[in-house]
Ligand binder design. Sequence first.
Ligand SMILES: Nc1ncnc2c1ncn2[C@@H]1O[C@H](COP(=O)(O)OP(=O)(O)O)[C@@H](O)[C@H]1O
Ligand SMILES: O=C(O)C1=C[C@@H](OP(=O)(O)O)[C@@H](O)[C@H](O)C1
Ligand SMILES: [Mg+2]
Length: 186
Amino acid sequence: MGLNNVSLREQNIVLIGFMGAGKTTIGKAVARKLYRDFIDIDEEIEKQFNMPTSQIFQVFGEKTFREKEKEIIQDFCKNQRLKIISLGGGAFLQEEIKETCLANSIVFYLSLSWESWKERISMIIDNRPVLQGKNYEEMKELFEKRQPIYEEHHSKVTTDNQNVEEIADYIVSSLKTAWDIYEPNR
Ligand SMILES: Nc1ncnc2c1ncn2[C@@H]1O[C@H](COP(=O)(O)OP(=O)(O)O)[C@@H](O)[C@H]1O
Ligand SMILES: O=C(O)C1=C[C@@H](OP(=O)(O)O)[C@@H](O)[C@H](O)C1
Ligand SMILES: [Mg+2]
């Protein structure tokens, strides 16, 4: 059963965007501000395999990681409500994930310019297997190639030069506005 008949206020909030855009960090802050549970899909995958993502890629390969990613996202999106869910940056490459998330939840795209993103490379490179072995130009190519897949969303937040609190506050206030407009008096 899908959740498309669930009230807007109870729908899960899903964060999408490129690796390092801040989905995990900002998702946690949004969950705290709304008194909701936070789910990080990478963390759920890691719990199931009992190893970090880089090791899952090494031992089982990316295909297995992607299958588990799809299974877990579909399960949360179809069977849970009131959650704040941060996806991994590659999840929306799978059409079925994209469709399920858009149909059952409110999808926020955290967008970050290449100029800002490249400042984060050193912070994220060690545990992002998809970036490993890539030079600067190849990372830029991947960054640009992936931008269009995030363009299907319900709301876009440009995060350049904003701190975590500011971005989370913006998301919360934008949600509250939507809830009040579309579901007043609840
Ligand atoms: N708005 C922000 N300003 C500065 N650093 C940030 C911001 N959002 C996230 N970060 C940092 O960027 C890195 C990647 O964040 P993370 O939440 O893991 O991104 P994602 O889940 O999208 O890969 C972390 O080191 C985090 O502390
Ligand atoms: O973009 C990707 O293909 C990936 C992004 C990662 O998540 P973050 O976007 O949270 O870094 C994680 O799912 C995995 O390393 C693959
Ligand atoms: Mg993350």
